[in-house]
Write a protein that binds this ligand. Structure first.
Ligand code: CAA
Length: 271
């Protein structure tokens, strides 16, 4: 059994191995207050701890979404930031950056299901997920310069990685909002679905498809990509060779290759 703990700003719902994590502060369009950030840290740490063979891999994929119907996450909490000094602001940025790193290190895939506003820290939270599915009502943007701010939860790093330097600079300097079709065109979103229900169903379906694979291999693939991103080619290749080596230590690799040669379906155990 998986006990993620209890939360006041998040909802966690585990259904057949797929955990839906909803940031649920609709009165502030799910803005990432310091409390939300600390609860995200707690939730992703609990998920991380459960991603082992001994724990039975109770969580095989995570959907991150927003509650209330209007927003994914409308950013960092502007009300809280208005009275912060530089040092507490830096601490705030580092604590949410820590959450984004936890998400990237999680050995299971995480899909951001964006319905409504994903602005500032909301766009940055989505960018920390493995990929983004959007509803037609999604709106993305990095509006920090409208507030005299700059992205603080990873946008300066991950937005250029995702869409390229030119489009990232334009989005960040102009604070323009883009719709789902434009996000798809830029490669920010992988898919656009007509409604929230279809969005969540599509994310679930993809995670279930991935859950049919060897979990350690999926985790190593994720680790390998993260280990290569932003690094020189030789270091990226070194991270890949290390992950490749690690795969050969698993039972599932023996099973997967044997099943292929014996022309049968692999029965993965997660070991
Ligand atoms: N922080 C705190 N409260 C927020 C918020 C935020 N980021 N976004 C919205 N809210 C609150 C509003 O203040 C409002 O509260 P009240 O009802 O108490 O007045 C409530 O949520 C509903 O919002 P609106 O009435 O503004 O809703 P709208 O539909 O008219 O507008 C919106 C929606 C365009 C998303 C607008 O709310 C908005 O522009 N929000 C701010 C978006 C933004 O600038 N985000 C970036 C924050 S900076 C950042 O994230 C820095 C970083 O990288 C770390």
């Amino acid at each position: 059994t998986f006990d993620p703990g209890s939360y006041s700003t998040l909802k966690l719902d585990l259904d057949e191995g797929i955990l839906t994590l909803t940031v649920d502060r609709p009165e502030a369009l799910n803005a990432l207050s310091q409390q939300v950030v600390s609860e995200l840290w707690k939730a992703f740490t609990a998920i991380q701890d459960s991603c082992t063979h001994d724990a039975g891999w109770p969580v095989r994929g995570v959907i991150v979404t927003g509650g209330g119907g209007k927003a994914f996450v409308a950013g960092a909490d502007i009300r809280e930031m208005a009275s912060m000094g530089p040092d507490s602001a830096a601490e705030y940025a580092r604590s949410m950056q820590g959450v984004t790193l936890l998400i990237e290190k999680l050995p299971v895939p995480v899909i951001a299901a964006v319905d409504g506003f994903a602005l500032g820290g909301g766009c940055e939270l989505a960018l920390a997920c493995d990929f983004i599915y959007a509803s037609e009502a999604a709106q993305f943007g990095q509006p920090e310069v409208n507030l005299g701010l700059v992205p603080g939860f990873g946008g300066s790093v991950r937005l250029p990685q995702r869409v390229g330097l030119g489009p990232a600079r334009e989005l960040i300097y102009t604070a323009r909002r883009i719709d789902a079709a434009e996000a798809l065109r830029l490669g920010l979103a992988n898919r656009v679905l007509p409604s929230r229900d279809e969005l969540l169903a599509a994310a679930r379906e993809t995670l279930q498809e991935i859950a049919g694979k060897a979990p350690a291999a999926v985790g190593l693939a994720k680790q390998s990509i993260a280990g290569a991103t932003g690094r020189p080619t030789n270091q990226g290749l070194e991270a890949e060779a290390e992950a490749f080596r690690e795969a050969f230590t698993t039972d599932d690799m023996r099973e997967g290759t044997a099943a292929f040669l014996e022309k049968r379906k692999a029965a993965f155990t997660g070991k």
